[in-house]
Ligand binder design. Structure first.
Ligand code: API
Length: 276
């Protein structure tokens, strides 16, 4: 069958976006891995599926799959692209869109300039919610990673995140330490691994080794997790710019129990169709 899709990105974190409101398709994890391949397939960090909601108070259901075929709970850069996509495809005329995901509900707002503001919901810190095997809640967990003691914060943005402080992201062990933390047995569902350099109380630099993908040019939920971690450790103010290799996101968090607000761009690259 012929499947229509749109290639999009948020600061270089790239997506294949598929409308399953007006189309029907079944994509298993092996097919997703093939489509994600940058030589044998279309090539993307994540596949985003746009589906009808299963609840009357939601506009859409949003499913997310990493390049390794694993289905995940949330994707921040993808949420911004989702909002632009459903407007551009005229699946909605609303510029404020309520979306249900496996990790919680999101509220997306598309501004006139095309930037998208996302209410990402409230972070969760209980180890059982991350999930993380730990004796109790902390913001400085120490893990033995192949004989090396590594200290990190950890929290959930619907999906699991570890945050490791570094002096300079340019020299951070993203591709060496990242995969070893991603698959550490203390994270039973694996974890996204952020390396954060605090530039000032209103600005951080960040690189992320993403669960199921590897290092990406940007990670929206990772940017949220890094700012939340910095604020709760007294390092950052409420409104922070996060500069990633692909560009800068604006993140706000007013404290425990409050939603994290992320604002940034969403770009459409091309439309395509593929026989599956
Ligand atoms: N790799 C993530 C999903 C995508 C997150 C990222 N692309 C974002 O923008 O939040 C995970 O396994 O939880």
């Amino acid at each position: 069958m012929m499947l229509h899709f749109t290639k999009m990105h948020g600061l270089g974190n790239d997506f294949m976006v598929v409308d399953l409101v007006t189309q029907r398709a079944r994509l298993d994890s092996e097919r997703i891995r093939t489509l994600a391949d940058r030589r044998f397939g279309i090539g993307f960090d994540q596949l985003l599926l746009v589906e009808p909601p299963s609840r009357p108070d939601m506009d859409f259901r949003y499913r997310i799959f990493n390049a390794d075929g694993s289905e995940v709970e949330n994707c921040g850069n993808g949420a911004r692209c989702f909002a632009r996509f459903v407007l551009d495809q005229r699946l909605t005329a609303r510029r404020e869109i309520a979306v249900q995901t496996a990790g919680g509900n999101l509220l997306l707002k598309v501004a006139e300039d095309g930037r998208v503001r996302v209410d990402m919901g409230a972070p969760r810190f209980n180890p059982g919610d991350i999930p993380l095997t730990a004796d109790g809640e902390s913001h400085a967990y120490t893990l033995d990673v192949d004989g090396e003691t590594v200290t990190m914060d950890a929290l959930s943005m619907g999906n699991p995140h570890a945050v490791i402080d570094v002096e300079s992201v340019d020299h951070a062990p993203v591709t060496t330490l990242g995969p070893r933390v991603e698959t550490h047995p203390c994270f039973p569902r694996r974890v996204n691994v952020g390396f954060m350099e605090v530039v000032s109380r209103q600005h951080v630099r960040l690189r992320v080794f993403e669960r199921g993908v590897g290092e990406t040019l940007a990670c929206g939920t990772g940017a949220c997790a890094a700012v939340v971690s910095g604020i709760r450790r007294g390092l950052l103010d409420q409104h922070v710019d996060v500069t990633l290799p692909g560009g800068t996101l604006s993140i706000e968090w007013a404290g425990p129990g409050q939603s994290v607000i992320m604002t940034g761009p969403a770009e459409r690259v091309f439309d395509g169709r593929i026989v599956i």
